[in-house]
Design a protein around this ligand. Structure first.
Ligand code: PLP
Length: 355
């Protein structure tokens, strides 16, 4: 069946995979819904977006994405409330950010009306994949790749903007301990750290494997010049609680401007939690850990919302954090999830109804 609307071409899958999906035992990001969105950039313009059955792509082996990593992505979620209404959380932020990432990678901007109309249509077509219940969601992965054939090192003239969706359960990543980086860096001044550029993540795998061999699950990156300041984790911004005060690093061209981070900063004000947005010295965190003043470290990001960190390692020493009953991490996570699932007032206008 083929539907033509003026702004969207829709081809429906002949058979749904949903019956074969075990929603009780999902591995994050492994199963995808029946449909995907695909939009080509050719002849200097984004063409009509298409929704079509999820499936493999055929690309020329010389396509520039394979050689020069001209690729960016986003991560967002859709939630279903008790009355089967579907909600997104601050999707305008993700839309603006993918175009900021694209600009830095010399990829043409994607039109806002294409993004929202195609995303909403895709969510409506695959709505049965969004399960109700606190913690269940649909992880949405928009991305852009350079598809033009030819191995000359220059920006491509052809791209694909795509959206794929994967059902997700409450994310429990186990007890997370992190290593403060002393040698490797993820981003540098004037670089692409602020962008969700594919290559940023590939470059983290090797040092993260070394951290894993040393007993940690993730790395907290330090500034590339001195390694004296804590910046962020691979896919999460980081907050430190010293006494009752929260501290997080300012965003910059090295640090990603996370939607969850931004939301926590707003909520901290609402909850009267003292918060400082400033550079965070490794030394002050080590000192606070030694004196017992370091109460919490947590990461913020769409996949986990808030990810409490149990301990960290630095310069061959290991530090454990106290187990708190009333952690800030829990307070923020509860509030954010209640907003996301339409279970509380949304006074900042963060929820976006998919109608
Ligand atoms: C995606 C990401 C985050 C978190 O951003 P959210 O918008 O909160 O999901 C933080 N740091 C990096 C490096 C990221 O890629």
């Amino acid at each position: 069946m083929k539907n033509h609307t003026s702004t969207l071409d829709i081809v429906k899958a002949s058979k749904s995979k949903i019956e074969d999906t075990d929603f009780e035992n999902l591995t994050f990001g492994k199963v995808f819904t029946d449909h995907m969105m695909e939009c080509d950039y050719v002849d200097g313009a984004w063409q009509t977006p298409k929704i079509k059955p999820y499936g493999p792509l055929q690309l020329d082996p010389s396509a520039k994405v394979f050689h020069y990593g001209q690729a960016v992505f986003e991560g967002m979620k859709a939630f279903k409330d008790k009355d089967d209404h579907i909600w997104l959380f601050r999707p305008d932020e993700n839309f603006r950010r993918i175009n900021r990432s694209s600009e830095r990678l010399a990829i043409p901007a994607f039109p806002e009306e294409y993004f929202f109309s195609a995303l909403e249509e895709l969510l409506k077509i695959d709505k049965d994949w969004i399960k109700k219940g606190f913690g269940n969601s649909l992880y949405i992965r928009p991305f852009v790749i350079a598809t033009e054939e030819g191995v000359s090192a220059a920006p491509a003239k052809k791209y694909k903007f795509m959206i794929i969706c994967s059902p997700a359960q409450a994310y429990y990543s186990g007890e997370v301990r992190v290593q403060f980086s002393e040698k490797y860096s993820r981003a540098a001044d004037g670089g692409v750290g602020f962008a969700k550029a594919a290559g940023n993540y590939a470059a983290q795998f090797y040092p993260t494997n070394l951290a894993k061999d040393a007993g940690f699950q993730q790395v907290i990156w330090t500034d590339a010049n001195t390694h004296e300041y804590l910046e962020e984790a691979g896919t999460m911004n980081i907050f430190f609680r010293v006494g009752d005060k929260l501290i997080t690093a300012p965003t910059s061209d090295r640090i990603l401007d996370g939607v969850t981070r931004k939301s926590v900063i707003t909520l901290a004000e609402e909850f009267n939690i003292p918060l400082e947005v400033r550079r965070v010295k490794v030394k002050e965190i080590i000192d606070a850990a030694k004196s017992g003043e370091l109460k919490e470290i947590f990461g913020t990001g769409t996949a986990t919302v808030i990810n409490p960190i149990r301990g960290f390692g630095y310069a061959g020493e290991k530090y454990e954090l106290p187990k708190l009953e009333d952690s800030y991490a829990k307070v923020f996570k509860d509030k954010l999830m209640k907003i996301q699932y339409n279970e509380t007032e949304d006074k900042y206008g963060w929820r976006y109804a998919v109608k």
